[in-house]
Design a protein around this ligand. Structure first.
Ligand SMILES: Cc1ncc(COP(=O)(O)O)c(C=O)c1O
Length: 383
């Protein structure tokens, strides 16, 4: 039976061209970029090309791109690195209530170290309020961290507006977790007003365990990893060359196809959203109608997300109940809770995350299966 993969915000299938680049760096160009001989120089060249591809995709300079082990490390490094580097300038940090755990838990760790954190609240669609941001900024504020696209509901936050407010009324650094935005939606031109930006390879058809942090030129943050001085001394450790080569290749392919894939996903999402909301009773959209094109979150009232997930799995359709990284934990989503969703809405929530490699037939089949499974689960749960 055909598999329909609707969990692309958890991770994506690696493109064949990307896998080939990874294979070649493992078997042919396997040198250490720090080695002085030809094999090292060859590896260094591959790394430089990947750095250029990612920089170009962001409108940044290659020297502003630092490779990391993924989105989690990039977020940890940006937030802790900025807080530690600026601790003498102030003690106050700002983030939002709906960040990914790799941001929220890092702020919680900093709170335990004595920093004070303001958590911006969101409305029913998951948007932050720029007036609340303005009011939260104080002369003590050294860092603001806001995600670009929410991984559970697809809300695109007003990053440009936030950057303008932060830069006009404070000296704080601005960090953006762009893991779900990069190469999926067009970003703020030249990352204007953004000092730090996190990326991850496996969300864009690249390998797992590779990511990057954009650090604006002349912005200084404290390194977290000390050692051999790789990445100009900012992030030590022998570089993950296969990951880097794959990430660079994936970024180039995604950016070259951004417009086309974006419009394909908009159409797929619209069909899925309308198909569910119009044909299955007691369903509620979580997030804005026009959020990111690859993320759709819907509550099927009177069901439990986890039961529905497994019912769909039995038909080879793969979805998520929320953020994959936290879905092993018990309890409901902190994002839906922050959006003021009821317990019933939280319990029955399913996240569908799309790729341009799905067909309209896949979507129609999914809607059909969903209608049947939801009816069955509701019957069982009423007993
Ligand atoms: C918004 C967001 N930030 C950060 C991460 C973590 O990225 P990684 O899996 O590369 O550590 C994820 C992964 O789900 C995410 O969705």
């Amino acid at each position: 039976m055909k598999e329909i993969y609707l969990d692309n915000s958890a991770t994506t299938k690696v493109l064949e061209e990307v896998a080939r680049a990874v294979f070649d760096t493992m078997t042919l160009h396997f040198g250490n970029p720090s080695s002085l001989h030809r094999k090292g120089i060859e590896a260094e060249k591959i790394m430089q090309e990947a750095r250029e591809n990612i920089a170009k995709a962001l409108g940044a300079s290659p020297k502003e791109i630092y490779f990391t082990s993924g989105g989690t490390e990039s977020n940890n490094w940006a937030v802790k690195g900025a807080a530690y580097a600026r601790r003498r300038k102030g003690n106050h940090l700002i983030t939002t209530a709906i960040e990914h755990p790799s941001v929220l838990e890092t702020f919680a760790a900093l709170e335990r170290e004595g920093f004070s954190v303001t958590y911006l609240q969101v409305d029913r669609e998951g948007f932050i309020d720029l007036n609340q941001l303005k009011e939260a900024l104080t002369p003590e504020t050294i860092l603001v961290s806001i995600m670009y696209v929410n991984n559970e509901v697809g809300t695109i936050e007003p990053i440009q507006g936030a950057a303008q407010i932060i830069k006009a009324s404070s000296n704080a650094l601005f960090h953006v977790d762009a893991v779900q935005a990069f190469a999926k939606i067009p970003l703020v031109s030249k990352l204007e007003g953004i000092d730090l930006l996190s990326l991850s390879g496996h969300k864009i058809y690249g390998p797992k365990g590779i990511g990057a942090l954009f650090v604006r030129d002349k912005v200084s943050i404290a390194p977290l990893l000390h050692g051999g001085g790789q990445e100009t001394g900012q992030r030590s450790g022998t570089e993950n060359l296969p990951g880097i080569a794959g990430f660079g290749k994936a970024a180039k392919i995604c950016i070259d196809n951004l417009e086309k894939w974006h419009s394909q996903m908009v159409q797929l999402k619209e069909r899925l959203m309308k198909g569910i909301l119009d044909n299955i009773p007691d369903t509620v959209l979580n997030g804005p109608v026009s959020g990111a094109p690859h993320i759709l979150n819907i509550s099927f009232l009177g069901t439990r997300g986890e039961i529905l997930l497994h019912a769909l799995e039995s038909k080879n359709i793969y979805v998520s109940t929320g953020s994959a990284c936290s879905s092993h934990k018990s309890g409901n989503s902190h994002v839906l809770k922050a959006m003021g969703k009821s317990e019933e809405e939280q319990d029955g929530a399913i996240r569908f995350s799309l790729s341009p490699f799905l067909s309209m037939e896949d979507i129609d089949y999914t809607i059909e299966v969903l209608a049947d499974e939801v009816r069955e689960i509701r019957k069982l749960m009423r007993r």
